[in-house]
Design a protein around this ligand. Structure first.
Ligand code: ADP
Ligand code: MG
Length: 373
């Protein structure tokens, strides 16, 4: 299976009609470089309008590239027709042909390419059980459920035996349980067919559970490209930190304060103060302001005599498996998650402990991670 390489790819749409953003961005895709390794499963993740679909459409050849190059291995494909690219596509709105039954829908592109009926039968009969549509081959699209249509849609993409498979929000029309099932199927499918695959999604769980590596985009710009754990544990900037994780990472403005020869993070309102981990000593200074990130499960309720900060609960949520406690910190909130079977009410006070070793620091102006080496 081939590598797929995007080098400094830009896309500018000349008609701005479709643009829903308040401020018009100069580029829908802005200097995107990505290298998807052989057989790799890559997720492109980001909010609506960040350029995910545009990226896939350029790879597929459905949209012209404004600048930059796309390669499959060492072949530049910028000017190849879509049909010459050996790419399979399944886009979110599954446009199955209503008059054709499932078999003919799956066979459609093969017939268009002049593949023999014998070969078509062989391929459809291989793919149909893989996608669990073998009992539906005679059915018309109108009678199919959303999940079934999506299976046919994906079958239609992979029956061409593509070297590269592009999936654009293939699960977005499905409801919770069905999404879960299809997610497992796509994972298995990728193992079976081994095509270098890109899945586009705005659902972080989908990306985290499926992809070997995730490319996170915002406003057409790549923010970070890494494994799900790298992105979760070591976000490159405040945007990624806040985008990955449910509930999101706490992100608060804090001041650095030096006492004798130790540094502390002092939260707004001064109610919380925690030691700065030693690894940050080289990059902090007395009086500096930073954005501090800490995940809600790295914040704890301390015992009564703990050294933690004395704080008041603003909001208490009992959510079955877990409890969420929210504390007001200046203008912002800090959230804690625990599975302990505790009950509190707003106004109750607790001792709050923050695992300072688990904090992430971001530049107050740029939002970029503050590097320690
Ligand atoms: P995503 O798939 O991440 O939601 P898109 O790639 O569809 O984002 O869109 C990226 C940006 O390009 C958006 O601002 C969108 O409005 C704009 N856009 C997408 N398609 C067109 C088009 N055909 N013409 C003009 N602008 C477009
Ligand atoms: Mg899209």
């Amino acid at each position: 299976m081939p590598e797929l390489i995007l080098k400094n790819v830009f896309k500018r749409y000349d008609n701005k009609k479709k643009n829903k953003n308040k401020e018009t961005l100069p580029f829908a895709v802005n200097d995107l470089s990505l290298r998807c390794k052989e057989g790799e499963f890559v997720g492109i993740l980001g909010p609506s309008g960040c350029g995910k679909t545009t990226t896939l459409r350029m790879v597929a050849g459905l949209e012209a590239i404004t600048a930059g190059d796309i390669y499959i291995d060492d072949v530049k494909i910028n000017d190849l027709e879509p049909s010459e690219r050996e790419i399979g596509l399944a886009f979110e709105d599954y446009a199955l042909y209503p008059p054709l039954n499932v078999y003919d829908n799956i066979a459609f592109n093969l017939r268009a390419k002049g593949v023999s009926e014998e070969e078509i039968t062989r391929r459809v009969n291989t793919i149909a059980p893989l996608m669990k549509v073998d009992t539906l081959l005679k059915a018309k699209p109108v009678g199919l459920s959303g999940g079934q249509k999506q299976r046919v849609n994906i079958a239609r993409a992979i029956v061409r035996e593509p070297k590269i498979l592009l999936l654009d929000e293939p699960l977005s029309h499905l409801d919770g349980k069905m999404r879960q099932v299809m997610r497992e199927e796509i994972k298995r499918l990728h193992k079976d067919i081994k095509a270098t695959t890109i899945i586009v999604t705005h659902d972080q769980l989908e990306a985290m559970s499926l992809a070997d590596r995730i490319a996170i985009m915002k406003d057409g710009v790549l923010q970070q490209f890494g494994t799900p754990l790298e992105i979760y544990d070591d976000p490159a900037n405040e945007f990624v930190a806040g985008f990955i994780g449910e509930p999101p990472m706490n992100l608060l403005t804090v001041s650095i304060r030096k006492k004798v020869d130790e540094f502390f993070f002092v939260f707004a309102g001064e109610s919380i103060s925690i030691p700065v981990p030693k690894r940050y000593y080289r990059v902090v200074s007395d009086g500096m302001k930073v954005r501090l990130g800490v995940r809600p499960n790295d914040v704890f309720i301390g015992s009564k005599d703990s050294k933690g900060s004395d704080v008041e609960i603003a909001v208490f949520e009992g959510l079955g498996e877990e409890r969420r406690l929210h504390f007001r910190v200046g203008e912002e909130f800090l959230t804690l998650i625990t599975t302990a079977k505790i009950m509190y009410a707003p106004g109750d006070r607790i001792k709050l402990e923050v695992l300072s070793e688990k904090t992430h620091l971001f530049d107050i102006n740029t939002g970029d991670k503050i590097k320690t080496e």
